[in-house]
Design a protein around this ligand. Structure first.
Ligand SMILES: Cc1ncc(COP(=O)(O)O)c(C=O)c1O
Length: 312
């Protein structure tokens, strides 16, 4: 991880080394935080642009609301703070991590008397599942851990404590020699990866698990759905059975960190021909163009960060 110079904390930029919290921070003890993973990409005119920024800010505020947190900044203020954090760190493309968390205050499970704090960190970060994985596909394993159900937590919220679920699945997959885990929902239907939504392709048709399976409402999922349909593919949001993973012609995953990554093997069975298929490739091409501000059709997905002119 390439360290940036500044982190935005509660309204101001502080030096990386000073971006600290107290050990009694409520969120450290009980996972009472919500966050986003966002990316900015260098566009053809040289400016960075944040991919679907307003959707990420909407989801951040939605997650906060689901956990009774009032964010002490407006969306517009956080948008401007993100722009400033990117430009002051001199970055053209980066990963962006806004975090809203319960700070130090009264201990115990009742959190509402603890302050709500906000930070935005940025850093240069390659694709989560690797460039090689993006190119040739990754090997995945169906996890023994099920995705959290909505009778225990809130799958639609991107809350820090909830990620222990993904952490367990990720470690299990890694120790077994796979790049990624696929979690089933509480009923045994396919849900998603540890940090990605999942799509299968069979006989030219695309399907992706629905909210009924407890997926996180992925912003890249929405982008991939729209791109697939715009390319003329039939795409269904529906429950996906486990055996469909083994019989799929193609599988791919989407997420801010992983971008669009094909899956070439599930549980030691090759997906289709064991390499990314044609439909995956065609969606991936347009998706990459959209991320980098090269797709005119999706230009309004890019929140351009104005880079100040150099001082003479
Ligand atoms: C559990 C989980 N599912 C899906 C996603 C994909 O969401 P997005 O495309 O908004 O990054 C993420 C990443 O944020 C995630 O953590």
């Amino acid at each position: 991880m390439n360290q940036a110079d500044f982190v935005w904390m509660n309204g101001e930029l502080v030096a990386f080394e000073d971006a600290k919290v107290h050990v009694l921070t409520h969120a450290l003890h009980y996972g009472t935080g919500v966050f986003e993973g966002v990316r900015a990409y260098e566009t053809p005119d040289g400016n960075p642009a944040i991919f679907r920024h307003s959707d990420h800010l909407d989801r951040l505020f939605q997650s906060a609301r689901l956990y009774y947190m009032d964010i002490p900044f407006s969306k517009e203020e956080l948008r401007a703070a993100t722009h400033e954090t990117i430009t002051r760190n001199g970055l053209k493309s980066c990963y962006i991590r806004p975090l809203v968390f319960r700070g130090a205050g009264p201990m115990g499970l009742f959190p509402l008397d603890c302050p709500v704090e906000v930070s935005i960190a940025v850093w240069e970060w390659g694709s989560y599942l690797g460039d090689e994985g993006k190119q040739n596909g990754v090997r995945a394993k169906v996890s023994s851990w099920r995705r959290i159900g909505d009778d225990a937590l809130i799958p639609a919220a991107k809350a820090t404590g909830q990620y222990l679920n993904s952490v367990l699945a990720k470690i299990e997959a890694d120790k077994a020699g796979y790049e990624e885990a696929i979690l089933l929902d509480t009923h045994g239907y396919v849900c998603e990866g540890t940090g990605e939504n999942l799509f299968i392709v069979k006989d030219g048709k695309i399907a992706t698990p629905t909210y009924l399976s407890g997926v996180l409402g992925g912003i890249n999922r929405a982008a991939a759905i729209q791109i697939s349909r715009d390319l003329g593919f039939e795409l269904q949001e529906r429950q996906v059975a486990r055996d469909e993973l083994y019989l799929a012609d193609e599988i791919f995953m989407t997420g801010t960190a992983a971008e669009l990554t094909p899956v070439r093997e599930v549980d030691d069975r090759p997906v289709g021909a064991g390499e990314p298929g044609e439909i995956t490739r065609s969606v991936q091409r347009v998706f990459e163009d959209a991320l980098h501000g090269r797709a005119e059709r999706y230009a309004d997905w890019n929140d351009v960060v104005p880079v100040p002119a150099p001082t003479p």
